[in-house]
Design a protein around this ligand. Structure first.
Ligand SMILES: Nc1ncnc2c1ncn2[C@@H]1O[C@H](COP(=O)(O)OP(=O)(O)OP(=O)(O)O)[C@@H](O)[C@H]1O
Ligand SMILES: [Mg+2]
Length: 342
């Protein structure tokens, strides 16, 4: 495997200005939602990196910035040696070919008036493919890879004639038809019936195996992350709080937020996670962030020094990083932060 990561993200930030209500109109202080706040990451070739965290933690924003559906506020993203915002004609064309995204709701991403063939052929035509037979063959291949077989059964279907799982397969076929290097999959199975989720996940795994595709897999569902990902990055209010190999992080989470998040789900290794930690599940304030660690208001292990935390990632175990200022494994829970389960 090539040692150099396919993707290098450095100090990425995305701040959204807050629209003010009439009462605050005369308050001139500019306020922002720091959706992504200074994150750095690398993704190796052929790796599937999971991005986890509660709703609003900045997962989708991160994914959309990488595929340039949104512009970053600051920071650098380099894909295979080229900055993604290379604005030369060649740079833009290369980027559009090499990076693709698939979304949660395949019905929204597919044009209801286009047949499966038109949908999958469109990226090829945009990239200058003219030979009709070649286009037809490539679409056929993509349908076979997606296990929409026999392809002739699907080629001229419209999205409303397909099941949810089949629609997501068509969306993925469109995403891979140009043989991209990198795919962002944002909650690709969360709207699908549980019975077909594993099929779609196996399909994504197959794309990595057969095409060497590198992926960012965005989800708040830890069981699917465990199933498909090599490493996991956990976000909280725009910051990466923990990063490491999936099995290590799931079996022995280091950051208090990860401990809390994982203690609530059965995928964690029962030998390692013994306590079930239930905390206030109130949605945190996205604008008035606490000084120091952003998890202070909800952390069951909080101490005075947490207000000087800078979220610097510390390597606890080989490849496993946590942003908690306390670097010991066994933190003591503050009983007053634990709430009784109903
Ligand atoms: N276009 C936008 N304008 C203003 N704020 C935005 C915009 N998009 C996202 N945000 C805010 O940025 C934060 C992060 O949103 P994001 O969609 O990245 O979260 P997420 O982790 O994907 O959540 P979910 O699990 O619900 O999909 C949220 O507070 C959201 O309200
Ligand atoms: Mg999202």
């Amino acid at each position: 495997m090539d040692e150099k990561p396919l993707i290098i993200i450095e100090n990425l930030k995305k701040y959204y200005p807050v629209r003010k209500g009439i009462r605050e109109l005369f308050n001139t202080k500019k306020e922002f939602v720091k959706a992504v706040d200074d994150i750095s990451l690398t993704i190796s070739r052929g790796e599937i990196l999971g991005l986890a965290g509660e709703s609003g933690s900045g997962k989708t924003t991160t994914g959309e910035i990488i595929v340039r559906l949104q512009e970053k506020t600051s920071g650098e993203i380099v894909l295979d040696g080229h900055p993604i915002d290379d604005s030369s004609r060649e740079g833009r064309k290369r980027f559009r070919r090499e990076v693709q995204m698939i979304f949660q709701d395949p019905y929204e991403t597919l044009n209801p008036r286009s047949t499966v063939f038109e949908t999958i052929a469109e990226p090829l035509k945009i990239h200058g493919w003219k030979d009709k037979e070649k286009i037809y063959r490539r679409v056929w291949e993509a349908l076979e890879i997606e296990e929409l077989k026999p392809p002739e059964q699907y080629l001229f279907s419209y999205p409303h004639e397909l099941s949810g799982g089949q629609r997501q397969r068509v969306a993925i076929a469109r995403g891979i038809v140009l043989e991209p290097k990198f795919l962002v999959a944002d909650e690709p199975v969360s709207m699908l019936d549980v019975s077909i989720r594993a099929d779609i996940l196996n399909l994504l795994k197959g794309l990595r195996r057969d095409m060497g595709l590198t992926m960012l897999y965005v989800s708040h569902d830890l069981s699917t992350i465990k199933y498909i990902c090599d490493r996991i990055a956990v976000m909280y209010l725009g910051k990466i709080v923990e990063l490491g190999p999936v099995n290590k992080v799931l079996s022995k989470p280091m950051h208090p937020y990860t401990k809390v998040l994982f203690s609530a789900v059965p995928v964690a290794d029962p030998d390692h996670v013994k306590e079930r930690i239930v905390i206030d599940d109130e949605v945190p304030d996205q604008i008035n962030l606490p000084v120091g660690c952003r998890f202070i208001p909800r952390c069951p292990y909080v101490k005075d020094q947490c207000s000087s935390c800078t979220h610097e990632l510390f390597e606890y175990a080989p490849g496993q990083f946590s942003a908690c200022i306390y670097r010991e494994e066994n933190l003591t829970v503050n009983d007053d932060r634990i709430i009784d389960e109903p």
